[in-house]
Ligand binder design. Structure first.
Ligand code: CU
Length: 200
C-alpha cells in the first residue's frame, strides 16, 4: 500500500493517532513532505475546528503553551510581525496557536494569550488525545518536564518549535524553522501566495 493511499485513509479518520503510527516509519521525522495537515480540535469558544475549515485561506500554525518561558513568546511575536509584514495579504492567512498543555491552558487563558500578541491569532485546544494526534501528524513532539521537588503543576514542556503553512486547500505547504526571521518567513509566505512555489 502506497503511503499516499495510507495517508488518504488516515485523513478519513477523525483521530488518526493510531493510523499515523502505522503509516510513518520512525526516522522520517525531518521529512517535511511527510507532514499530515490533519487536525481536529476546538477553538476557545468550544467549536470544533479542523484543517479543512479555512478553505480558500492559508493557515500559519504553531504548537506551544501559554506558560512557555521563551520559545512561544518569541514565536507569537514573530507571528504578529509576519502578519504586519504581509499587510493586506494577511487577510488570506489564519494564524493558529495549538496548545500542547490543555490541562493548564483554559480556553480563556488561551484566548487572552493569543490576543496579547495579535487579535487575529486564534488558539486551539482539545482532549489530550486529539492534541497528541495533531502534533504527531505535524511531527511535533512535546514532553512534560518537572524539576525534582517542584509542585506537580509547575512543569514546563519541551516541545518542537517552528511554524507550518497550510495552503488554501488545507494541505501542507511549507515549514519554517524557529531560527527563520519574521522577515524571511513573511517573504516566503508572500511568494507562495503569489504562486511562486520555487520560493518554498
Ligand atoms: Cu513554547
Amino acid at each position: 500500500m502506497k503511503r499516499s493511499a495510507i495517508r488518504a485513509a488516515c485523513a478519513a479518520l477523525a483521530a488518526g493517532a493510531l493510523c499515523l503510527l502505522a503509516s510513518f516509519p520512525a526516522g522520517a521525522a525531518d521529512d517535511a513532505a511527510d507532514v499530515n495537515p490533519r487536525y481536529v480540535l476546538s477553538d476557545t469558544k468550544g467549536r470544533t475546528v479542523t484543517n479543512e475549515d479555512f478553505r480558500g485561506r492559508f493557515q500559519l500554525i504553531t504548537f506551544g503553551y501559554t506558560f512557555c518561558p521563551d520559545v512561544c513568546p518569541t514565536t507569537l511575536t514573530a507571528m504578529a510581525q509576519i502578519l504586519r509584514g504581509l499587510g493586506e495579504r494577511a487577510a488570506r492567512l489564519q494564524p493558529i496557536f495549538i496548545t500542547v498543555d490543555p490541562e493548564r491552558d483554559t480556553a480563556e487563558a488561551l484566548a487572552r494569550y493569543t490576543a496579547y500578541f495579535d487579535k487575529r491569532i486564534i488558539g486551539l485546544t482539545g482532549s489530550p488525545e486529539l492534541i497528541r494526534a495533531a502534533a504527531d501528524h505535524y511531527k511535533v513532539t512535546y514532553r512534560k518536564h518537572l524539576e525534582p521537588g517542584a509542585k506537580p503543576d509547575s512543569y514546563s514542556i519541551d516541545h518542537t518549535a517552528g511554524m507550518f503553512l497550510l495552503g488554501p486547500d488545507g494541505m501542507f505547504a511549507a515549514r519554517f524553522a524557529h531560527s527563520a526571521t519574521p522577515q524571511e518567513t513573511a517573504a516566503r509566505i508572500a511568494a507562495i501566495m503569489a504562486g511562486r512555489r520555487g520560493a518554498n
